[in-house]
Design a protein around this ligand. Structure first.
Ligand SMILES: C[S@@+](CC[C@H](N)C(=O)[O-])C[C@H]1O[C@@H](n2cnc3c(N)ncnc32)[C@H](O)[C@@H]1O
Length: 359
């Protein structure tokens, strides 16, 4: 996913830097501003037990799949009740990996349904109303509704278990995002349907890595959770600037929750008071960060931040040093594409990995 602040292209930098600091007794890696889950996944692959958390529910869903799922999914009840789900691909005796593809293919071929997404975020559903919106083509909006509805129905009918449920919603979220009629985030939509949004939505199976460890996925403000989470390594990757993830990704939140929220304004924003991040506020960021660092039950704490963030290097160093020996690594980095040509002049930025080895 093209996610603001994603560390996808910084994974080797993170791994190499972290390995220079930690000892070989570390077993639990906590990714506490997990976003897409790409960092937790990387360390899951190295054999760590992962604790992932994020304040956004769509992120919980993504992590519930890529971190929480670590055994094969069989969809046995679903296939038993509806052999036609598998039959669409011509065979019922499918290997475990193929069954995920088959169920996603079945969902991709459903007939569209005029549900919440179509009625509030597509041209056909909103034209002539007070606010006309075009986040998806009519066809994709209706298909998204039909798929989301079907997944919920299967869950209510106990035909899929929680692991299968989160896998399917994660697959839908990651797939539908590729067909959005936006420049990349959901803070605005485009007037005319762009080419990628015109293509028909196809649900691709969201990946997860199978390993032997137990993993935990949480969904809360980290400053509420911090006393209750314990691990060897805390990896912190908070927002760097004032733009709230809750507003940038509100549509993914609604598709994930599918809770018919009250919405308002030009973009159809849902209420997000309880998901406002203090790390996006100049007034609150330092206070929250200090609380988090002082309460952290970890042997090592790492913080990803860049040189243009709300907190200064000195402020971060002063706070992290309260817990032990402080240091940092840096890497030149091409900024996230949606940020280009906006508030900054340079398209390069310096990415910092601050750390403290706790007393
Ligand atoms: C820079 S992004 C993390 C990106 C992630 N490392 C990745 O590579 O996908 C910051 C994340 O922090 C989450 N967040 C913001 N404030 C939070 C808080 N107080 N507690 C937990 N998560 C928070 C946001 O929802 C967002 O997903």
């Amino acid at each position: 996913m093209n996610y603001i602040g994603s560390k996808l292209s910084l994974l080797s930098f993170l791994e190499e830097s972290i390995n220079k600091v930690i000892d070989n007794k570390c077993k639990i890696f906590c990714d506490l501003f997990a976003g897409t889950g790409i960092v937790g996944t990387h360390f899951k692959k190295q054999g760590f037990s992962i604790i992932a958390n994020d304040i956004q529910y769509y992120s919980y869903v993504l992590n519930r799949n890529c971190i929480g799922n670590h055994k094969k999914l069989k969809f046995s009840k679903l296939i038993k009740a509806f052999p036609e789900v598998a039959e669409r691909d011509g065979s019922m005796l499918l290997p475990d990996d193929d069954i995920k593809v088959t169920v996603c293919n079945y969902l991709s071929k459903l007939k569209g349904h005029k549900g919440f997404i179509y009625k509030h975020y597509c041209h056909g559903g909103t034209q002539g109303k007070e606010q006309s919106r075009q986040y998806f083509s009519d066809e994709n909006g209706m298909l998204c509704d039909a798929i989301r509805h079907k997944i919920e129905e299967w869950k209510n009918d106990k035909l899929i278990n929680n692991n299968e449920y989160y896998f399917l919603i994660a697959s839908l979220i990651k797939s539908v995002d590729k067909y959005a009629n936006t420049t990349s985030v959901y803070a605005a939509f485009l007037k005319n349907i762009k080419n990628s949004a015109k293509k028909k939505l196809i649900v691709k199976p969201a990946e997860f890595f199978i390993n032997d460890q137990e993993h935990t996925v949480l969904n809360d403000d980290i400053n509420n959770l911090v006393g209750k989470v314990k691990g060897d390594i805390f990896y912190l990757d908070p927002p760097y600037n004032q733009r709230q993830y809750a507003t940038n990704y509100h549509l993914l939140e609604t598709i994930a929750k599918y809770d018919n929220p009250a919405i308002h304004g030009k973009t159809g924003l849902r209420e997000y008071e309880s998901q406002k991040s203090s790390y996006c506020s100049k007034v609150q960021a330092m206070k929250s960060f200090k609380h988090l660092i002082l309460q952290a039950q970890a042997r090592y704490i790492f913080l990803s931040y860049n040189n243009e963030g709300i907190m200064s290097h000195q402020e971060i160093e002063d706070i992290m040093s309260l817990r032990g020996k402080y240091g940092y690594f840096t890497k030149e980095y091409s900024r996230y594409k949606a940020d280009n040509n906006r508030e900054y002049l340079s398209d390069k930025t310096t990415e910092y990995l601050h750390y403290v080895v706790c007393h």
